[in-house]
Design a protein around this ligand. Structure first.
Ligand code: FE2
Length: 487
């Protein structure tokens, strides 16, 4: 596959004139001065050329067959091309030349012109572009700064990727951007981002395998023309002519690729585009990597929570499986209430952890078969606050802590630790109170058998409005049956 030809950093100039002598002489002259020159015999040809590849300067005659210089200028400006346009004109059409300045021509030279005069105008035009580039470079730095902040401030991966996509569209002068990602251990790449100037982009890349093989350790790769076709999806084939791809690597492993696409065939991407895309790719990779680490951490953390839950139960001999039961019951009731995923995630974690504060209570009290003394009962009542103290420093559990803290409040405001009532008690805690009590009532103890479902339901009903939020009781019964038809 053809790739990365040595970059041509010369300024590119297109000369359009229907007089072949002029294009030839001017062409040679400019080449001698170190410019890369292309020529066109009329405006239409020049327009076509300018769409195929970007020029820095277009020097055009005013009067040409097919399309005149003024129309060419208008089209170039309307298309937002970067090229600076210089008009060549005879004395008779100098008014048209002035008109051209109004439409956005950079300058005009009168035919017949002195060579030195024209070269001066071209030099000034190229200098103007250089300054614009510098400006762009500054803007680029600002974008990158914004990106670094976004990555550092732990925005979601999707947010970071969307900033990367937007930045790449402008900084790399691409028509579309796509990012494919493959987490370590996964077999296939998944498309994580695709944007073009109109917003959402239909998938462009169809053949990741071939592209991955061609990348083979390179920092970037450009693919055009016939080499590109086999890589593209059917819909993309007539729209995309060039691909600039940057691998996202971590420790020698290919995590993903960031692709810029262009409608232009030749010289679509310049060395500065390659540089910009590499930097953007690096930011995207960092963000994706952080997300992976975070997911890892969350998993470890979830396992730790489970470990904690088991630790509580190991201490409290009668409550084996209680945390898991409460979690399951809470989740069922929450689903019946139509509550969303995030709420239920927090509720499930809270379910596993709700009695974690019991870790601080002596086993002799927890496992005492007989009646508790008032002091012992006070010690037990301390467990929601103890749970809060244990969980409070853990930032993952911001949503969980209040649920644990209030799980022994009563709807009528006579519970503990704060005596909150009604809707002041977090909804998750109100649900948990129902689930917690139900599981305690239906579990066997050494000194008594558990209640039947029907008996427990009767008890929940009896206490709806005093101990429990009636709506939570209703949701619980909707999820687990109201006991009718059971013995
Ligand atoms: Fe409890």
């Amino acid at each position: 596959m053809e790739s990365n030809p040595p970059a041509d950093t010369r300024a590119r100039i297109l000369v359009a004139d229907d007089e072949a002598d002029i294009t030839m002489v001017l062409g040679d002259l400019l080449e001698e001065q170190g410019y890369a020159v292309d020529t066109a015999a009329d405006g239409a040809e020049a327009w076509e050329r300018s769409q195929q590849e970007p020029f820095d300067v277009i020097i055009t005659d005013l009067k040409m067959p097919n399309m005149g210089g003024l129309d060419l200028l208008r089209k170039v400006r309307e298309a937002g091309q970067r090229a600076v346009v210089i008009i060549m004109t005879g004395f008779a059409t100098v008014e048209t030349a002035i008109e051209a300045l109004k439409v956005g021509a950079y300058d005009y030279v009168l035919k017949p012109f002195k060579v030195g005069e024209l070269l001066l105008v071209v030099e000034r035009a190229v200098e103007k572009l250089r300054l614009e580039d510098e400006n762009l470079h500054l803007r680029e730095q600002i974008t990158l700064l914004r990106l670094s902040e976004a990555v550092a401030s732990s925005l979601s991966v999707d947010e970071v990727l969307s900033i990367v996509g937007e930045a790449a569209l402008t900084e790399v002068q691409a028509d579309a951007i796509e990012l494919w990602f493959r987490p370590p251990g996964a077999a296939a790449f998944t498309r994580r981002m695709g944007v073009d100037r109109d917003g959402e982009l239909t998938p462009v890349l169809a053949n990741m395998g071939t592209l991955e093989a061609s990348l083979d350790g390179r920092p970037h790769l450009q693919v055009q023309g016939d080499d590109l076709l086999p890589l593209l999806s059917d819909e993309a084939r007539d729209r995309i002519q060039s691909l600039l791809t940057v691998p996202l690597r971590r420790g020698g492993q290919l995590l993903g690729i960031l692709n810029a696409y262009s409608r232009r065939g030749r010289n679509a991407f310049r060395p500065r585009d390659e540089k910009a895309l590499i930097v953007l790719g690096d930011r995207a990779a960092t963000s994706l990597e952080n997300a992976l680490l975070y997911a890892d951490l969350e998993n470890t953390f979830r396992e730790t929570i489970q470990g904690f839950a088991h630790a509580i139960e190991a201490k409290d001999a009668y409550t084996h499986g209680h945390s898991e039961n409460v979690t399951r019951l809470c989740d069922g009731a929450a689903r019946a209430m139509g509550l969303d995923g995030e709420f239920r995630d927090a509720l499930r974690q809270a379910g596993l952890l709700h009695d974690i504060g019991k870790i601080g209570i002596p086993s002799s009290i927890l496992n005492k078969p007989g009646k508790l003394t008032p002091e012992e009962y006070e010690a037990i009542k301390g467990h929601p606050a103890m749970g809060q103290r244990i969980l409070d420093p853990i930032s993952f559990l911001r949503e969980v802590v209040p649920v644990v803290y209030h799980h022994h409040e009563r709807f009528d405001g006579t519970g503990y630790p704060t005596g909150l009532g009604g809707a002041e008690i977090p909804l998750a805690s109100r649900l948990m109170a129902v689930a917690d009590t139900y599981d305690a009532m239906t579990s066997d103890r050494a000194y008594r058998r558990g209640l039947s479902h029907k008996e427990a339901v009767a008890e929940l009903r009896r206490c709806a409005g005093t101990q429990f939020d009636p709506e939570c009781v209703d949701a619980f019964l909707e999820a687990f049956g109201d006991g009718t038809g059971e013995s």
